[in-house]
Ligand binder design. Structure first.
Ligand code: NAP
Length: 291
């Protein structure tokens, strides 16, 4: 392949393809199961970005034939009230996936709520049990965003075996599970973070560079090895001079696309893949539900 050609990793198109596959899977099993798959997205408070994400997830569920059991709680909901709601959903046989939309208002403890979700209904793959299964290389529900990145790399036949991968960011949501999945795919993995020194020398080693930092366009062309695969997980809202805002990633797309061989756009790259993996996790739990 010509190293000077830049290929766009089109997450939007792939997400649509995955949704079509899921529609068939749901259709073919539904009469045997006697009910559709079910997902409950729990949202607390009025964060406008979260409200948009929740709405997109519910619309995507409807397209695929997943029933939504979402609940919207007022901002002053207590930890105990949410724990009770999760326990009720854990027992509800119509529900295969439960997701707590983050971030939560400051008085709530997100980690302890995630522990309340039954591991086999943990649609976001963030319960310690599922992260543990990932560490051990066992089957289980995988964190949606890094799983979406892996699926995107697979779709474009990107060879990972023995390649040097650098993950920028070490959050539980993205960076750490991402590093584990790349390791599982036989990459040699480096994880960098806010305390890493001489970032450019680290990132320039990467055949596969994943940016999950949350800093607009922090990755510039000089930080990228020519011919690298660059995946931009970042979703940053940047306010322009006229007061309007635009969505941008962690990668300076315009400069980096001149150097990289493959690159994801923002929007239309990792974002739609995250939603597709959430639907896939819910259908997977439904297919594997006992009884
Ligand atoms: P996070 O929890 O804030 O973690 C950010 C990570 O980046 C941390 O590990 C931090 O290091 C590191 N970091 C911060 N500044 C840095 C710097 N200057 N140089 C190197 N590393 C730096 O964020 P997150 O939840 O992982 O999300 C990261 C980004 O992905 C955000 O823009 C978020 O909106 C986006 N996101 C997108 C999707 C999607 O579907 N596309 C899904 C989830 C998240 P320390 O650990 O040292 O603080």
């Amino acid at each position: 392949m010509d190293a000077k050609t830049t290929h766009i990793l089109d997450g939007k198109a792939l997400a649509q393809k995955i949704q079509s596959e899921l529609i068939s899977r749901v259709h073919s099993l539904q009469s045997q199961k006697g009910r559709p798959p079910g997902l409950a997205v729990l949202m607390v408070g009025e964060n406008p970005a979260s409200a948009t994400y929740v709405r997109n997830k519910e619309l995507a569920c409807a397209k695929v034939g997943i029933a939504s059991f979402g609940q919207h709680f007022p901002a002053d909901t207590t930890q105990t009230e949410l724990e009770q709601a999760i326990q009720t959903l854990n027992q509800d046989e119509r529900v295969d996936g439960i997701l707590v939309q983050l971030p939560l208002p400051g008085h709530l403890d997100a980690i302890s709520l995630l522990y309340q979700i039954a591991p086999d209904k943990d649609a976001d793959g963030l319960h310690a049990m599922n992260l543990g299964r990932l560490v051990r290389g066992e089957a289980g529900l995988r964190s949606c965003t890094p799983a979406g990145v892996m699926r995107l790399l697979q779709e474009y036949d990107i060879d990972l075996k023995g390649k040097r991968a650098v993950v920028l960011g070490r959050s539980i949501l993205v960076g750490k599970p991402m590093a584990l999945m790349l390791l599982e795919a036989d990459c040699t993995v480096t994880v960098a973070h806010s305390r890493s020194q001489n970032l450019e020398s680290i990132t320039r080693e990467a055949d596969i560079l994943i940016a999950a930092v949350g800093r607009p366009e922090i990755v510039t062309a000089n930080m990228v090895k020519p011919g690298a695969v660059v995946v931009d997980v970042g979703m940053n809202r940047v306010v322009k001079e006229d007061g309007s805002s635009r969505l941008t990633g962690d990668v300076d797309f315009n400069s980096v696309q001149a150097v990289a061989e493959f690159i994801t756009p923002v929007p239309g790259g990792v974002g739609p893949m995250t939603v597709a993996m959430l639907l896939q996790n819910t259908v997977w739990s439904w297919e594997n539900q006992q009884g």
